[in-house]
Design a binder for this molecule. Structure first.
Ligand SMILES: [Zn+2]
Length: 237
């Protein structure tokens, strides 16, 4: 009787320890200089490590500065932190003007979301635009990143602060191709044409970089945009 019990408790302890380590990396609690994880390289990321490498940017302003400076795919500049008494604000954010060769206008967004957007644009949006339309996306439009509010459209989470309240989310609404063609979520999501095919493919591709990726099929509140964030929840719908 003793042997199996000892084996079980050791296995339990190992599982708890591994879970603890995974949560620590997932939350970005260990400063980058103390982890064996290589720092994120936006131009050539490690596919299996992307989530933890992005999480390292959550609290580390110096790492953010280095990662942004080294990248050709993300044109951004760190901005000063601002935290309000009600929990809204940002600690490690950037102003951003270009991701993966496409212009985007964002005055404040968490460094983690900015890096995830650059990866998404470079490795999903641009290759899919080339394949489906034979040209590049030049502009990505958004409805905004920062808004001090609670979660909208969910009865269960309605008392929780939205990731928008920490500038850790973005709502993407439309795209423009090199020849001027516009692809708009509100108009082009439905159907079987090239534009719908493109939107569905890039939405699915966003799940590789964002923890929450919601589109028009999720609920009415998202009928005209993609919501992407790097918060604690995990869903792709
Ligand atoms: Zn949103």
């Amino acid at each position: 009787m003793r042997k199996p019990r000892g084996w079980l408790s050791r296995t339990f302890l190992v599982v708890v320890a591994l879970l603890g380590i995974a949560i620590t990396f997932r939350q970005g609690w260990i400063p980058a200089r103390y982890t064996p994880l290589p720092a994120l390289d936006i131009d050539s990321p490690l596919p299996l490590m992307i989530d933890w490498q992005l999480a390292e940017l959550k609290h580390d302003r110096e790492l953010c500065r280095r990662v942004v400076q080294a990248s050709k795919s993300l044109k951004a500049r760190p901005i000063a932190p601002r935290i309000n008494k009600n929990g809204c604000g940002w600690t490690n954010a950037v102003r951003m003007s270009e991701i993966g060769g496409a212009k985007i206008g964002v005055s404040r967004v968490s460094c983690e979301v900015a890096a995830a957007l650059a990866l998404w644009s470079k490795f999903e949006v641009q290759p899919l635009a080339e394949r489906i339309f034979g040209q590049k996306v030049t502009h990505i439009q958004n409805f905004g990143t920062y808004s001090c509010r609670k979660i909208i459209g969910s009865k269960f989470w309605r008392n929780r602060l939205s990731e928008h309240a920490r500038a850790n989310a973005i709502d993407i609404s439309a795209f423009r191709l090199a020849d001027g063609t516009r692809i708009v979520l509100k108009r082009d999501w439905k159907g079987t044409g090239k534009k719908a095919q493109f939107l569905r493919a890039i939405h699915s591709g966003a799940c590789n970089y964002f923890r929450v990726s919601l589109g028009p099929d999720f609920n009415r509140a998202h009928h005209d945009h993609f919501h992407f964030d790097r918060g604690d929840l995990w869903t792709c719908r």
